[in-house]
Ligand binder design. Structure first.
Ligand code: FAD
Length: 391
């Protein structure tokens, strides 16, 4: 096992690469992997409608793997066996892909969630309180991996995300806050690319899946700023989770399965009040430094509007499974932004912060994805670089 070459403090954060790798390996990754498997965290409510406000004709998905792998029913507890379809009539599942098998698996337990507030996220385009077109998706049946979604359609989305909404290569003049939006998106993009590379269709004929280290190198590792941005995004989201620790610890994780729900609660507690994390990296990111000065409120509004546009672009992602993970992770980022910036005054956080369960599900699943990417870079980064050097 090799280590990657990064060392020192992650830029704009408060912890160094070695500490992040170590904490992730020892504490965060194992806990998050357990957490996202619990009934509470594996069902995500999403509007998968192809409601692209920008390009009506977007979308192409070549491979079956754009859709989902259906797992045997025996895998599920009794309560989860009854499929629950709501929202989209089946014809609509054709969507822009034009392939029924490209649809996301909507296996659902109708009792999976209860008792959370219904409040809209001010950072995202979707109205999260509107349940009319929402459907539930089992994330465990729909892993983020290579789907074959590529070409001008995918490129157009990323181009729009970067060119229209963020300054592409933040220059010295661009202020700290704008850089942060760019870095969050770039870090998320790195993570998506790493997931594609870590679960890639190596041979279509034999359906052989595995690591594609060359792709990981070409898309991420050869650009150090993309790795840095991945670490930055990970620490940013981690800070949001630790800032909302009291809220997250007190929240109800009730799915009607007391044993599982107690486990969820316990995992959450171990994560948000983690002594190793508090000792090694007590403040993963310092949000108090932002939105200062006269331009503060105006800038915040501008960045919120930009992030909303990015969130709206997710409806244009032409592959349904990519759209699912795009929407989940953007909602997760929106939730982190909401926790860190929407509430004025840290000391009142417990009283004023209101989260939807779906926001928390997105937040923790996003953190898990980022944690997986950091781990993959830690474990495979060196091997990928050696492989390329050897060629
Ligand atoms: P892209 O990844 O499309 O990158 C386009 C351009 O963006 C690059 O040329 C570069 O200039 C810039 N860029 C790339 N990475 C970064 C970075 N980290 N920071 C800053 N700039 C960068 N495909 C799948 O197989 N599975 C998925 O689950 C999946 N999910 C997706 C989700 C979304 C929201 C989108 C928009 C696309 C998704 N895709 C997915 C497609 C995938 O991201 C790529 O677009 C596709 O694989 C083609 O890759 P590419 O080599 O052309 O470069």
């Amino acid at each position: 096992q090799g280590k990657h070459k990064y060392s020192g403090i992650v830029q704009d954060c408060c912890c160094d690469y070695e500490t992040v790798d170590h904490l992730n390996e020892e504490v965060l990754h194992p806990l998050l992997q357990e957490l996202v498997k619990t009934p509470f965290f594996r069902y995500f409510k999403v509007k998968l409608w192809c409601d692209c406000p920008f390009w009506p004709d977007d979308g192409m998905c070549r491979l079956r793997d754009c859709s989902v792998c259906e797992c045997p029913e025996s895998e599920f507890p009794e309560l989860f066996k009854k499929p629950y379809h709501r929202g989209l009539p089946s014809d609509d599942l054709m969507c822009q892909e034009g392939k029924p098998q490209a649809a996301v698996d909507r296996t659902l337990d109708s009792k999976a969630f209860r008792g959370w507030t219904e409040t809209d996220n001010p950072w995202t385009h979707d109205d999260e309180t509107d349940n009319s077109e929402m459907t539930y998706v089992n994330l465990q049946l729909n892993p983020e991996r290579y789907t074959g979604y590529t070409g001008p359609s995918a490129r157009r989305i990323w181009d729009a995300v970067y060119s229209e909404n963020c300054p592409k290569y933040p220059s010295e003049e661009s202020c700290q806050e704008e850089k942060i939006l760019y870095k969050l998106i770039s870090g998320l993009h790195s993570s998506i690319s790493i997931h594609i590379a870590s679960d890639y269709l190596l041979d279509e004929a034999t359906n052989l899946w595995g690591n594609n280290l060359e792709l990981m190198y070409d898309r991420v590792l050869r650009y150090p700023y993309r790795v840095e941005n991945l670490f930055f995004t990970f620490l940013f989201v981690l800070r949001a989770v630790t800032k909302a620790a009291d809220y997250l610890e007190q929240a109800e994780y009730n799915t009607g399965n007391p044993t599982e729900d107690l486990k969820t609660q316990s995992l959450m507690r171990q994560l948000v009040y983690n002594s190793k994390l508090q000792a090694a990296c007590p403040l993963p990111f310092d949000e108090a430094k932002l939105w200062k000065g006269q331009r503060g409120p105006e800038l915040k509004q501008k960045i919120q509007a930009q992030f909303k546009n990015i969130s709206a672009l997710m409806d244009c992602v032409g592959c349904e499974k990519c759209r699912l993970w795009g929407k989940l992770q953007v909602l997760g980022l929106g939730t982190a932004l909401k926790i860190l910036f929407s509430v004025n005054g840290e000391e009142h956080l417990g009283q004023t912060l209101q989260l939807q369960r779906n926001e928390v599900i997105a937040l923790m699943n996003l953190l898990n994805r980022l944690s997986e990417s950091v781990k993959f870079v830690h474990e495979m980064g060196h091997a990928a670089e050696k492989l390329i050097e050897g060629k």
